[in-house]
Design a protein around this ligand. Sequence first.
Ligand SMILES: O=C(O)c1cccc(C(=O)CC[C@H]2O[C@@H](n3cnc4c(=O)[nH]cnc43)[C@H](O)[C@@H]2O)c1
Length: 225
Amino acid sequence: MWLLLSPTALEASFLRGEPFSFLGRKGLRGEGFVWLETGIGKVNVALTLAAWASRNPVEKALLFGIAGAYPGSGLLPGDVVLVGEEVEADLGTQEGLKPLGFPALEVEGKAYYNCFPLDSGLTRALAQVLDLQVVAGLTRDRVSETPGEAEALASRWGAQLESMEGAAFARACLALGIPGVEVRAISNPAGVRDKGAWRIPLAVRTLEGTLAPILGGAFPEGLQG
Ligand SMILES: O=C(O)c1cccc(C(=O)CC[C@H]2O[C@@H](n3cnc4c(=O)[nH]cnc43)[C@H](O)[C@@H]2O)c1
């Protein structure tokens, strides 16, 4: 069974299933999947995933939603990508958590500070099936508010897109031993607050166009839950 997560119900408006409520937010039981609305931000996504997984078996998890594109990434509103690795950029110091000397997570003897990989096998398989580029994501609780701030973060961490949930999802998946993948559709240039430059309906449409064929009940071979 796939667990599908999106920060808001708007991003999942194309999914069909039996509605239910979980932690006060929306959920759907569909064919081969359960979808949960997590709420925006790192704590919400990690909390929702961990709470669900503590009571239900989760074979694979997919986080999907909209995101901002960093300057120089080449990504445009409406582009859909997979995220191969996530950076939790507001953890520790400006230079990350390493200077403090404490890893954020240790799994099977490997220490993770600010960078958390998504499942490489599942990401590769989805990239092939959906013909998507794999990029690096950066996650923070506060969004970039100027192009300069966005550019500095992108170049410090080598990221192409910004969201508010990705790293928490990747980290929770690693901690819980759940293979996780992340799909994002670009809705705006990161660091640009003028909503005239935002294309949320376009991003939601392209997300749907990408995911609906595989979430309509039949996951492709090798991706079945
Ligand atoms: O008002 C603003 O300046 C502003 C800037 C970025 C995002 C928002 C949101 O309300 C959307 C948050 C929601 O969407 C994802 N998202 C989309 N674009 C970005 C971005 O440029 N930076 C960070 N997150 C973004 C995010 O994952 C949330 O789920 C408002």
